[in-house]
Design a protein around this ligand. Structure first.
Ligand code: PHE
Length: 460
């Protein structure tokens, strides 16, 4: 176990900000959010989502940062130090993060597959985007060496490589380049999308709030999306916060990270939806993991210079996915190195192998979720159930539960007095919203999260 003296730290507050924003901004913002906003009635959903981020998301994020920085420990170590009886909450978070990482990094591999596809043979994708997607997953064509093997492996290897390089030397360095690039790419793509003929209908849909389209279910979807998007509920932000020096202002950082994450989600909504309206009509808006792989190629095909824009789009997705998957791996690696005495290199490599193996089943299961292919059915194993099970377990159950427990811990067990003192640092920082945060972390956020959990279980 490394002592506090030689523990890793971010080299600068900017580095921390970009790394935490890099964790938050991910596939969730770019493919999940636009589809959900569309289904939830566009502008109305966006307004609700922003309210939830401000009231619940920011509250839980601050709780995680406080616990991490106060202890300067990984998610399990932090609870061990404050209230050992709660260490299982950290353990549960690490387990959840790792399970998400298993499938998340495979989707990252698909993004690389498409990036390479557009760079080498764009015509093959344009010819029939849906068939191309299923081919990547090996439906009816034997084991998919590219889509399930090489590219996810490459993506996992990149994730491991950056984490092995360490907190400041790997994660911070990559994010400092990747995040500004990501913003630039997104702005370029948005300008292109909204200037397409016919894009205005999509933009209008996203800007005009029509509350009659919004259902309670959409509100719950917005809550779950907020959690996933801000990387909350699994101690990842706790771990990232633990590498931050006490000379930095936690409250302000939370404000900036939540704003950046929401901005990217909304901008992605203003890019993808107008582009789909302009090229494919409103009915082309889809959802789920397949959307950016099956619908977006159709959009690019209908655009002048589509291959160029497709390359930028998948590059954007690639950076978004990589910086998030790194944070997911770091959460587990921090635990294994600090609590279990592993070296960073061994922990990262071993986890990389395991996550690739578990993710493999996920990728193979995707192709067979709605098409009953040949390859897997012969084994008599129902892989689609495995894929659904992973997502159900993490998004609907463990994430909200983790967030709820973080709130209860910060609000009631360790207490908001300690939390507020951690932010204030003996008067170094002002924390004008301290009273509001106490109210939110003790009452509002736990109640809201309990609602998602119950609704998620009852309405499935
Ligand atoms: N927040 C990331 C996204 O929006 C995903 C993520 C979830 C990353 C949980 C870390 C932890 O894509």
């Amino acid at each position: 176990m490394s002592g506090p003296g030689n523990r890793a730290q971010w080299a600068s507050n900017l580095g921390f900000l970009l790394a935490a924003a890099g964790s938050a901004v991910g596939l969730g913002n770019i493919w999940k959010f636009p589809g959900k906003a569309y289904e939830g009635g566009g502008g109305a959903f966006i307004l609700i989502y922003i309210a939830i981020i401000a009231l619940v998301g920011a509250t839980v994020m601050l709780a995680e940062f406080i616990i991490g920085r106060a202890t300067q420990k990984n998610a399990v170590g932090a609870f061990c130090q404050l209230r050992p009886a709660w260490k299982w909450v950290g353990g549960m978070g690490i387990f959840t993060g790792f399970i998400i990482l298993c499938y998340y990094s495979h989707v990252g591999g698909w993004v690389l597959y498409y990036l390479c596809g557009y760079l080498t043979d764009a015509a093959a994708i344009s010819a029939d985007p849906t068939a191309y997607f299923y081919r990547m997953l090996g439906v009816g064509s034997g084991f998919p060496w590219g889509g399930a093997g090489l590219f996810p492996l490459l993506f996992a290897a990149l994730t491991v490589f950056v984490v092995v390089k360490g907190v400041a030397g790997g994660i911070e360095r990559l994010n400092k380049v990747a995040m500004p690039l990501l913003f630039l790419l997104l702005i370029l793509l948005m300008v292109r999308a909204v200037t397409l003929p016919g894009a205005m209908d999509g933009l209008r849909y996203m800007l005009q709030p029509d509350f009659s389209l919004l259902t309670w279910n959409d509100v719950l979807v917005a809550l779950g999306q907020a959690f996933f998007s801000l990387s909350l509920g699994m101690g990842i932000m706790c771990t990232y916060g633990s590498y931050l020096s006490r000379k930095e202002n936690l409250g302000r950082n939370v404000g900036i990270i939540c704003t950046l994450d929401t901005l990217v989600a909304v901008l992605a909504g203003f890019t993808v939806i107008p582009a789909v309206f302009a090229t494919l009509s409103a009915s082309g808006v889809g959802k789920g993991a397949g959307f950016v792989f099956t619908a977006m190629p159709g959009v690019f095909q209908a655009m002048p210079g589509g291959v160029f824009w497709a390359i930028l789009f998948y590059l954007l997705l690639f950076f978004a996915a990589l910086t998030s998957s790194i944070s997911l791996l770091e959460g587990t690696v921090a635990y294994l190195t600090e609590q279990r005495g592993f070296s960073r290199k061994h922990a990262s490599l071993a986890l990389g192998v395991i996550l690739f193996g578990i993710g493999l089943i996920y990728t193979l299961s995707q192709g067979h979720a709605d098409i009953h292919g040949i390859w897997l059915d012969k084994n008599g194993i129902s892989y689609p159930i495995f894929g659904d099970m992973l997502e159900f377990l993490t998004d609907r159950l463990l994430l909200p539960l983790g967030g709820l427990l973080f709130c209860i811990f910060a609000g009631w067990v360790w207490g908001t007095k300690n939390g507020i003192a951690e932010v204030r640092q003996g008067g170094r920082f002002r924390f004008p919203l301290a009273g509001l945060w106490s109210l939110l972390v003790r009452f509002v956020a736990p109640a809201a999260i309990a609602c998602i959990l119950i609704a998620g279980i009852v309405f499935g």
